[in-house]
Design a protein around this ligand. Structure first.
Ligand SMILES: Nc1nc2c(ncn2[C@@H]2O[C@H](COP(=O)(O)OP(=O)(O)OP(=O)(O)O)[C@@H](O)[C@H]2O)c(=O)[nH]1
Ligand SMILES: [Mg+2]
Length: 239
């Protein structure tokens, strides 16, 4: 992908322990980066600003209003498109998604429109120690596949790679999700548009540093949002 403009988009909220080592690893690959930070009280954005002042490949998108993982994702996608990205990779900022998989994704995107970093294809692993969390994820995955008719293995993966055309076609301005259901919303819309979605195996790890922002409340609202997307689609109202 040497000739392609690749942007890695990382939404962050209070990731000050992770962001510097993560950016070091991401920048080992031939990519640009935008960190989309919602004015983290821990000052994550200051660290990014500092790195960005030294390295032109690194950009900070500091958001002060309209907070949320979904809103940050929408604005991050827009930023990448405006900067002329051919390929956009999104990943979490807590090392659950390791940058070492970037080359594999970039290889696979040559034959697909969307590539998911997947825990459920051969070689993929959900390495989180909590059995409860692994079961909850499996249950959510089965629910989404059934409800939204998704024919992919890992519907909840927030580590993925898009061709520019996919984001243009689904229209990032139409993204409804304020919170983390953006992951399922974008996947559903890409699937409805008939884009080719493929999966590469990743080992998905628990964060080691920092704390979780997306807990049980978000899980429940995720189930609700999926119902909403399904209903909107049936009524022909999903933009
Ligand atoms: N910009 C922005 N980023 C967010 C927000 N909420 C979460 N994030 C980031 O989105 C990514 C996923 O959030 P996490 O807190 O790791 O959620 P999770 O993976 O379900 O929880 P853990 O298993 O504890 O890691 C991380 O990079 C967060 O920093 C938000 O409101 N705004
Ligand atoms: Mg996480």
């Amino acid at each position: 992908m040497g000739d392609k403009n690749v942007f890695v988009m990382i939404p962050t909220y209070n990731e000050k322990e992770n962001i510097e080592p993560l950016l070091d690893e991401v920048l080992m690959h031939n990519v640009n980066v935008v960190v989309v930070d919602d004015n983290s009280p821990d000052g994550t954005w200051r660290l990014v600003q500092d790195i960005a002042s030294r390295d032109r490949r690194v950009n900070l998108l500091l958001r002060k209003k309209d907070k949320g993982r979904g809103r940050a994702g929408r604005d991050g996608f827009k930023y990448c498109l405006n900067k002329g990205a051919d390929i956009v990779i999104e990943m979490d900022g807590d090392f659950s998604h390791h940058p070492k998989y970037i080359p594999l994704m970039l290889k696979e995107i040559k034959n697909a429109d969307v590539v998911l970093g997947s825990r459920v294809v051969a070689g993929g692993v959900d390495a989180r120690p909590s059995i409860a969390r692994r079961i909850i994820t499996k249950g959510a995955n089965a629910y989404l596949r059934l409800l939204l008719g998704l024919r992919v293995g890992d519907c909840n993966s927030g580590y993925r790679c898009f061709r520019r055309e996919v984001l243009e076609e689904i229209g990032v301005n139409n993204i409804e999700s304020v919170g983390p259901s953006i992951v399922q919303e974008v996947l559903f819309k890409a699937s409805l548009k008939g884009f080719k979605i493929s999966e590469v195996p990743i080992v998905f790890k628990d964060r080691e540093l920092g704390s979780s922002k997306l807990g049980a409340k978000h899980l429940a609202s995720g189930y609700f949002m999926a119902l909403k997307f399904a209903a909107m689609h049936k009524l022909g109202r999903l933009k």
